[in-house]
Design a protein around this ligand. Structure first.
Ligand code: R5P
Length: 340
C-alpha cells in the first residue's frame, strides 16, 4: 500500500495538521470539503483520489472551533468514512482523539440509551475498519466494537510534564478522583514512583458531584489528581477542596480531555487547584487565556501510532516503561509546549 492519507473534519483541524506534519505527509491533510448545505445538513466531498489507499480520518467527537456542535462532529466523521469507502479506499481508520458519548456506556436506570454503543454501531456500518482513540472513559468500550481498537494513553506525555516540574517520587501523592479512575491513577503512581490516594464521589444528579470520603494519606504532600476528562469541572474542584481540607499543601490536576462545559473554566479558576493540565485532544480557546491552564501537545503520540499501524508494528510498545523510538526516530513523549 502507498503512503497513508489523512483527512480531517472540523472538530480539531489543528491537531490533524500537526499529526500530518509529524508523519511528514507530503500533501499534509488531504483535500476535502467539510461544510453544511443551506438546510444545515452536513456536506462532504473528498477532493483527491483515494482508491486503494490507507485512509485515516482524524475527528474528535466534541464541539468544533467553528461553533459546530458535538453531533455535527459525529456526522462529519461518519459521512467522511462513507465517502472514503464509496471512493474505494482500501482501509479506513477512524482516529478519534476524544470519543464523545463515552460516559453513556451503560444504563444507569430504565429507559436510557447506551449511546457509546450507538456511536460504535454507526462507525461500523459506515465502514471504519479500525479505531484509534485515546483514554476511553471506560476501557470496556473497546468491546462495543468488533474491529480492532487502539486505545492510546496520554499518560507518558502527562508524566513527562509532571517530572519536568519536579512533581514525582515522595514529594507527591497521586489521587484518583473516583473509584472508576483507580487503575489509571495506579499507572501514574507507578511511573512517577509515588503513593496513591482515592477520593470517593457520588453523583446525586447528572453533572453534579459530591465527595464522600478519601482513602490514603495526602497530609503534607502535593496532590496530583489524575482524570480522563474534565467536563463541568465539578469533580476536580470538589476533590481539590476535600484534599486540601485533609492537609495537602497543593493540588495539581492532570486530565487527557479538556471539555470545559458550561462554567467549567470559572469553576476551576476559582477552585483550590494550583494548575489544570490537559492535552489538545479537544481544541481550546478561552482556557488558554487563564494562567492556571496548561495544554500539552499530543500529536506525536497519534503520529507514532499511525506510523506503527501502517507498518504493522506494535502500538502497545509505545506505552511500556521503555519507549521504543518509532521508524521515523520519534518517540511518544515529546517535549511539551506549554501554552499559557
Ligand atoms: C467520571 O467518571 C470521569 O472520569 C470524570 O471524572 C468526569 O467525567 C468529570 O466530569 P465533571 O468535570 O463534569 O465533574
Amino acid at each position: 500500500m502507498s503512503q497513508p492519507l489523512l483527512f480531517s473534519g472540523n472538530s480539531n483541524p489543528e491537531l490533524a495538521n500537526e499529526i500530518a506534519k509529524r508523519l511528514k505527509l507530503p500533501g499534509g491533510v488531504g483535500k476535502a470539503i467539510v461544510t453544511k448545505f443551506k438546510n444545515e445538513e452536513t456536506r462532504i466531498e473528498i477532493g483527491e483520489n483515494v482508491r486503494g489507499s490507507e485512509a485515516f480520518v482524524v475527528q474528535s467527537i466534541c464541539k468544533s472551533p467553528n461553533g459546530n456542535g458535538v453531533n455535527d462532529a459525529l456526522m462529519e466523521l461518519l459521512l467522511m468514512i462513507d465517502a472514503l469507502r464509496r471512493a474505494s479506499a482500501a482501509r479506513i481508520t477512524a482516529v478519534i482523539p476524544y470519543y464523545g458519548y463515552a460516559k453513556q456506556d451503560k444504563k444507569t436506570k430504565g429507559r436510557e440509551p447506551i449511546s457509546a454503543k450507538v456511536v460504535a454501531n454507526l462507525l461500523k456500518v459506515t465502514g471504519a475498519e479500525r479505531i484509534v482513540t485515546m483514554d476511553l472513559h471506560a476501557a470496556q468500550i473497546q468491546g462495543f466494537f468488533d474491529q480492532p481498537v487502539d486505545n492510546l494513553m496520554a499518560m507518558p506525555v502527562l508524566c513527562n510534564y509532571l517530572k519536568k516540574e519536579g512533581l514525582c517520587d515522595d514529594k507527591i501523592v497521586i489521587v484518583s478522583p473516583d473509584a472508576g479512575g483507580v487503575h489509571r491513577a495506579e499507572l501514574f503512581a507507578k511511573r512517577l514512583n509515588s503513593s496513591l490516594a482515592i477520593v470517593f464521589k457520588r453523583r446525586p444528579e447528572p453533572d453534579v458531584s459530591e465527595v464522600t470520603d478519601i482513602v490514603g494519606d495526602v497530609e503534607g504532600k502535593v496532590a496530583v489528581v489524575v482524570d480522563d476528562m474534565i467536563s463541568t469541572g465539578g469533580t476536580l474542584a470538589k476533590a481539590a477542596e476535600a484534599i486540601r481540607a485533609r492537609g495537602a499543601t497543593k493540588v495539581y490536576t492532570v486530565a487527557t480531555h479538556g471539555i470545559f462545559a458550561g462554567e467549567a473554566i470559572e469553576v476551576l479558576e476559582n477552585s483550590a487547584i494550583e494548575r489544570v493540565v490537559i492535552t489538545n485532544t479537544i481544541p481550546l480557546e478561552n482556557a488558554l487565556l487563564h494562567p492556571k491552564f496548561v495544554q500539552l501537545p499530543i500529536a506525536q503520540t497519534f503520529a507514532d501510532a499511525i506510523l506503527r499501524i501502517t507498518t504493522n508494528r506494535s502500538v502497545s510498545e509505545l506505552f511500556g516503561d521503555e519507549i521504543t523510538p518509532a521508524a521515523n526516530g520519534s518517540v511518544a513523549t515529546p517535549e511539551p509546549v506549554v501554552v499559557q
